[in-house]
Design a protein around this ligand. Sequence first.
Ligand SMILES: Cc1cc2nc3c(=O)[nH]c(=O)nc-3n(C[C@H](O)[C@H](O)[C@H](O)COP(=O)(O)OP(=O)(O)OC[C@H]3O[C@@H](n4cnc5c(N)ncnc54)[C@H](O)[C@@H]3O)c2cc1C
Length: 664
Amino acid sequence: MSEAKAAVRVGVYICHCGHNIGAVVDCKAVADYAANLPSVTIARDYKYMCSDPGQEMIQQDIKEFQLDRVVVASCSPLLHEHTFREALAHGGLNAFYLQMVNIREHDSWVHTDKDAATEKAKDLVRAAVRRVVLHKPLERRQVGINPNVLVVGGGIAGIHAALTLANAGKKVILVEREPTIGGHMAKFDKTFPTMDCAACILTPKMSQVRNHRNITLWTLSEVTKVDGYMGNYKVTVKHWPRYILEDACIGCQECIDACVFKEGKTEDTFNEGLAKRKPIYIPFPQAVPQTVVIDPAACIQLKTGRCKKTCVEACGERKAIRFDMQETEQVVDVGSIIIATGYKTFDAARMPDLGYGIYPNVYTALEIERLVNASGPTAGEVVLRDGSKPQSVGIIHCVGSRDARTNPHCSRVCCMYSLKLAHLIKEHTGAEVFNFYIDMRTPGKGFEEFYQKLLHEGVHMIRGKVAEVTDWALDPTEEGKLVLRVEDTLAGFVRRIPVDMVVLSTGLEPQEDASDVRRLFNISCSPGGFFLERHPKLAPVSTFSDGVFLAGCCQGPKDIPDTVAQAGAAAAEALALIDANVHEMEPNTAFIVQDECSGCKTCVPMCPYSAISFKEDLKVAYINEALCKGCGTCVAACPSGTIKQNLFEDEEIYEEIKGVLNYA
Ligand SMILES: Cc1cc2nc3c(=O)[nH]c(=O)nc-3n(C[C@H](O)[C@H](O)[C@H](O)COP(=O)(O)OP(=O)(O)OC[C@H]3O[C@@H](n4cnc5c(N)ncnc54)[C@H](O)[C@@H]3O)c2cc1C
């Protein structure tokens, strides 16, 4: 070891982490071993190094023994690297003169042989001591935070997050791709378990969004590009034409009445295809904005240019209808982003055994939500396709959930919304209702009580997975009915239950374009495709992209109370960021020794964070440190070894390898 290295004074601290490490690794023996390593001035072991006394011990030693490097052997750096860096800084040392050794996850938790685990800990500590000697002092850079926030998705999650921020005085841009905000909740009549009217809770919030001076609402809009970094994002938003001037339209709907189509011709998606609508329409009576929209795929004028344009005539002096509207793009600067893009329901046609799309009286739960709704296609009448009232209804839980063939996850809301629909169907029709469930999951506040209420109302609960729905009658009682075949796992035999109507409680899935959105915002997905939070317990609304937060069902299935709670948490995270005013960037970024760069551009397309550009004038690559996440891809790719990374320079890594191998 060189003289310069030998002059360095290292302190080594071995943590027992209670029994986590202490029960498998002989921490005292490791500390005694470390005390005799070259460059080590002091080595100690302690029960909880991350505790206040543990940190104070390190700070005390830095001063007393004039330490200039520290090694802490404890848990994963993910948990406590920040803690110990702060301890060094408080002790008067550069925070990056620290090297952590993970003797918990990498040693005590994966070994049972105490002697071998202790020897391994010694090897790892020896390597860390050799590495830390080479550490250079680094400084965190500060960047300013733009206080404006972008919220993507105008369901209850996006609405709640936007209002929380706006009420705190922050400017919010809410981007929704549909012609109205509201999301799935706007389709419901009642919400479990309180059975309060969905519209009564939701629509006042929708109007507040529209009228809030701090919220800019863009419907029929989608984010197409995101540049920049935490605190300073540059977001490109595409606006699809509404063909109606929002400021001029007063929502009188005279244009809709005047449309040459006297009847609806196009599938009404808001009503789940159970009704038809005209090419010019308002999605639902309380839509926000209360502005008409024209469907270019159905409008004669937009398709052929040869319509009488009776709608324009009806609009008269207001002149709100503009067939020449084009899509436009706008770039906005924001400091943080909340993604609240929600979910889609499982496509029931993927399970043909359950008869959806084959038998007309097999419905999805969302279709029933529209049927029971007073503003739905039947004005709240629950009727079969022929208009008659069902006398018996079977509700099948877990369609597309908890099934290895489709989605292994539980969709969390289906048991409860199935009970809700059972109650509403019984209330509207007086029918016999059978619920077919695998397990009844009612863990929320008031949920179990709701389940008990349903039992008292006489709803039949049959535990078993329905194998098939057919119209094959085996006896006269089944004639003209849909027959559900199910193994009743409580009674222990197979049953055939004839009903008039079948409801499929379809599970929740990630949006169709979730992987595009993931790429756009540089965030990750869980195995099922929902967006991944930074940490399930400690950072449940953050993502691995700093300044980008998650709210609602885009992160995973959840009910409205949980969605609202999460949206509030995401807004609070954004507020904390804004109030901090500046953000400190970690310095473990890559850098280019510009004199040595050959300008081969190999690194430019390799960077997953678009942090590298090429300076044409100088013919060298350039790394934007604010965008660099320190993943090291460019360092490994650079053919001339010109790109280096703070805290991961070759010499540091080689010295660590030599240390672990005990190579001189
Ligand atoms: C049949 C059924 C009944 C239910 N009943 C209840 C109930 O009674 N009580 C209860 O608590 N929960 C219930 N739920 C659950 C409830 O629907 C969800 O908890 C809630 O809707 C989640 O809200 P969200 O804002 O996260 O998502 P969503 O409601 O899906 O809203 C997402 C919004 O984002 C928009 N969007 C998507 N992608 C983009 C994009 N790329 N750019 C811009 N905008 C985008 C969408 O158009 C949508 O407006 C039920 C669910 C179902 C399926």
